[in-house]
Design a protein around this ligand. Structure first.
Ligand code: NAP
Length: 321
């Protein structure tokens, strides 16, 4: 039986990845910061009892060494991060320090302990920031526009450095935005869908949003985690762009959700507090390599994903007919 360690198991991707690996008969070790914390994603997917939870302090190499000595895993999926672009402007030092140090600590311990352990790093399309040409390819120069993006770019290059310098199997998945029912409430799509569903019960609720005239390439998280596993289970370690290949505007997402639920958009307020100091106007990627080399297949239109998210949100709010 293969053993996989997942950091960030309490997050959206951690839960769906754990579900996928269990379905492939892995022993899954999930890293948490506190053994008493509620793991809503694992509970929601009903897999909580099948995961071995471990405390591991990603700031400390000794803590990671203890973990690897105990399990000698085949694969490590490093998903833990301060993952919000917005929060990274409020906590730039913490974001940079944690998102960079945790990657370096893992790679250094793997190098010294067992270089055959395969390592997946959760990288992000945000690393590209301002680009001269779309779609984004792996060769597109990076111009990160937030502390989060800078931290992710550093983690990305650290992985490449360990691959090139020590021949380690490190892969970065450069994932574009991906959504699900398990996304945290501070992320745009989840916020719009969940608050809109609440507005069905209480028409006096207001929804505060930031700049809606930006475009993003959005996808569906349960499908995106499949690409993570494929990367560690393909012979040649490489980095891959994982995206839908199309962008849509935040405004059209709001309009679609409100229209679908027969809500009036007059309850939406634009708040200057939610407008970022710097923002990417449009971004979408090219997934040709991941489809061709990894055999990853993705053909979900984002409006179909929105239909799924709305349906799941309604079901969990007991508002279905
Ligand atoms: P998420 O739901 O925000 O989860 C983040 C995870 O990181 C949580 O499990 C959190 O644990 C953990 N974490 C945060 N700070 C930590 C710290 N100081 N020490 C230990 N653990 C810490 O993120 P996600 O959407 O699943 O994304 C997974 C990864 O992919 C992240 O690295 C994110 O940056 C990256 N990514 C996501 C997207 C996307 O669209 N979702 C796109 C590109 C890249 P706690 O519960 O203990 O806070």
């Amino acid at each position: 039986m293969k053993v996989a360690v997942i950091t960030g198991i309490s997050g959206q991707d951690g839960a769906y990845l754990a579900q996928l690996l269990l379905s492939k008969n892995y022993k899954v070790v999930g890293i948490v910061r506190n053994l008493n914390q509620r793991l809503h994603g694992l509970e929601y997917l009903n897999i909580h009892d099948q995961i071995t939870l471990e405390l591991c302090d990603l700031w400390e190499q000794a803590s990671i060494l203890r973990l690897l000595s105990k399990y000698n895993p085949d694969e490590i999926y490093n998903l833990a991060a301060q993952s919000s672009v917005g929060l990274s402007f409020e906590y730039p030092v913490e974001t940079l320090k944690f998102n960079i140090t945790s990657v370096l600590n893992f790679l250094e311990v793997i190098r010294l302990f067992n270089k055959n352990i395969k390592f997946y790093q959760a990288s992000s399309s945000e690393m590209y920031g301002v680009v001269k040409e779309l779609p984004i390819k792996i060769t597109t120069p990076m111009h990160p526009l937030s502390p989060y993006a800078i931290s992710k770019a550093s983690g990305f290059w650290t992985g490449i450095n360990y691959r090139e310098a020590y021949g380690m199997h490190c892969c970065s998945g450069i994932l574009f935005n991906h959504e699900s029912y398990l996304r945290s409430h501070n992320f745009f799509v989840k916020k719009v869908v969940s608050q809109a569903v609440k507005m069905l019960k209480d028409s006096s609720l207001l929804m505060y949003l930031g700049n809606l005239d930006v475009n993003r390439d959005f996808g569906y998280a349960p499908k995106y985690v499949e690409a993570m596993w494929l990367m560690l289970n393909t012979d040649m370690p490489k980095d891959y762009i994982i995206c839908s290949g199309k962008s849509i505007s935040l405004r059209s997402i709001v309009e679609y959700v409100f229209d679908k639920l027969n809500l009036n958009t007059s309850n939406i307020r634009i708040s200057s507090d939610l407008i970022r100091p710097t923002d990417i106007l449009d971004i979408y990627g090219d997934n040709t390599e991941s489809v061709k080399v990894l055999g990853w297949n993705y053909d979900l239109d984002f409006y179909k994903v929105l239909d799924l998210l709305i349906e799941e949100e309604l079901m969990n709010n007991s508002l279905m007919n």
